[in-house]
Design a protein around this ligand. Structure first.
Ligand SMILES: C[S@@+](CC[C@H](N)C(=O)[O-])C[C@H]1O[C@@H](n2cnc3c(N)ncnc32)[C@H](O)[C@@H]1O
Length: 444
């Protein structure tokens, strides 16, 4: 128990959170947020005089709301947080996508087992589903209860404080759907070892079978680096990237419209406009293709790479791999717009002249192909008067930041180099993004 906590429950972190969820608590947070300097002793003292021991909690929420803007945008102001809960919270666009998947599959009630501050629970509610949210940590559960209060009042949500592994049987009913986002942290920080997950890995995986067997949908959210060998046979895995950041792998079980099919590997790309681009990995192998001046280099989204869908994408684009195992693709520039093949991927970005649009990869035009030798590259940087140098690489043992320093960029132009193995040896490709409108560096 916290040193300040009284046994009657009127003080301490849980009481603070419950109070912050009241109209008086909202006022205290608003006043704390309006202070020009939250560290100034006079201002804080005034807040304390009005709100007593809860003043510190109001100030903490102001700091957490500021930190939350990156993830939650304007909605950050409507929520309460714990620091760990904020760090572990699902990005709202990703939670909304997941909730839409449950809703489309016919789920009606979701048990959110380890709900944290309630980000996924809130998305389920917004998608029209009812929620039973279980949280082990009492302070975090109080935060979830405050964040879900309108739905709790409307009888659409319950927040239960306790151990989901002990409570599960009492909460289960036929047809119910489940979601778990196990905490992947220990006292020492983030853990990649499933043996350290809470609730435990074996129990969480068992939820998938149980949900599917009783007519519900089951989903586990895990870190995108989850070793492939841990993905149970027959389970669908969906790697999700949001604005190009690979954020999670979701393991799905159950039957219903729009659920990824059993055993499949899918890359799902989301943006803030609500566009969803899905690519299911197929058993395809594409031939290699030499990078040449005038061809297009594609860098697949990290979700495509992790889902093992690079060759599937290459086949869609009519491209080949720059080298075996290397996730750069080489393809031809597109035919003129009226004669071109249909774009790869629904809702793809607008076509850039000469490059096939796809949401699943970033396109670069290859302007030059150089030997990947430092002396050659230093001379190139000097001759082209390149001052801003971006270096990308795959499959070569180079530290881009250290190489950039050694190449001593100086001058008015910007350039991008891509270091990659090719069947003829390592190469440095001078490329420009296909969307780019500014001219490439001068060759004179
Ligand atoms: C990664 S967080 C969930 C984040 C949440 N999905 C969100 O987006 O806000 C996992 C949560 O599970 C809780 N937890 C861990 N073990 C649990 C258990 N056995 N029963 C209930 N909750 C548990 C942790 O306290 C933590 O808040």
């Amino acid at each position: 128990m916290d040193g300040n906590e009284r046994t009657d429950g009127t003080e301490g972190p849980v009481a603070d959170i419950t109070w912050l969820g009241t109209p008086e608590g909202h006022r205290a947070i608003a006043e704390a947020g309006a202070l020009p300097d939250t560290e100034a002793p006079g201002a804080v003292a005034r807040l304390r005089a009005r709100y007593g021991g809860h003043a510190a909690a109001a100030l903490t929420q102001v700091a957490l709301r500021r930190a939350a803007r990156v993830k939650f945008g304007a909605d950050a102001e409507r929520w309460l947080y714990t620091r760990a809960g904020l760090e572990q919270a699902t990005r709202p666009a990703v939670a909304a996508h997941r909730a839409a998947t449950y809703a489309a599959a016919g789920a009606r009630t979701v048990l959110d087992l380890g709900c944290g501050i309630g980000t996924d629970a809130r998305a389920f509610l917004d998608a029209g589903l009812d929620v039973v949210a279980v949280e082990l940590d009492p302070v975090t559960a109080a935060v979830a209860a405050a964040n879900l209060a309108p739905a709790v009042a409307a009888g659409r949500a319950r927040v239960v404080t306790g151990d989901a592994t002990a409570l599960l049987d009492g909460l289960w009913s036929p047809g119910v759907s489940v979601f778990a986002d196990p905490a992947r942290r220990t006292g020492a920080g983030r853990t990649w070892n499933p043996a350290d997950f809470t609730p435990p890995w074996d129990w969480a995986v068992g939820l998938l079978d149980r949900a599917a067997a009783t007519g519900g949908v089951g989903c586990l959210k895990l870190g995108p680096g989850l070793p492939y060998r841990l993905i149970p046979e027959g389970v669908a895995a969906e790697w999700v990237s949001h604005r190009g950041d690979l954020v999670e792998v979701a393991l799905w079980a159950g039957a219903g419209a729009g659920l990824p099919a059993a055993g499949t590997r899918t890359a799902t790309l989301l943006d803030d406009a609500g566009a969803v681009h899905r690519l299911v990995a197929t058993d395809t192998t594409v031939p290699g293709r030499e990078p040449a001046v005038g061809t297009v280099l594609w860098e697949p989204d990290p979700a495509v790479i992790r889902a093992g869908a690079v060759d599937t994408l290459a086949a869609l684009l009519g491209a080949g791999r720059v080298a075996e195992e290397i996730a750069y693709l080489v393809g031809d520039p597109a035919e003129p717009a009226d004669a071109g093949a249909p774009p790869a991927g629904a809702g793809a970005p607008p076509a850039d002249a000469g490059v096939e649009p796809t949401a699943f990869a970033t396109a670069f035009r290859i302007l030059e192909v150089l030997p990947a030798r430092e002396k050659v590259l230093r001379a190139w940087v000097r001759e082209r008067r390149v001052g801003r140098l971006e270096i990308k690489k795959r499959g070569v043992d180079t530290d881009p930041a250290a190489l950039r320093r050694r190449l001593r960029p100086s001058g008015p132009y910007a350039a991008t180099l891509v270091l990659t193995p090719t069947p003829d040896g390592a190469r440095a490709l001078v490329v420009e993004r296909a969307e780019r409108t500014s001219p490439p560096p001068s060759r004179s």
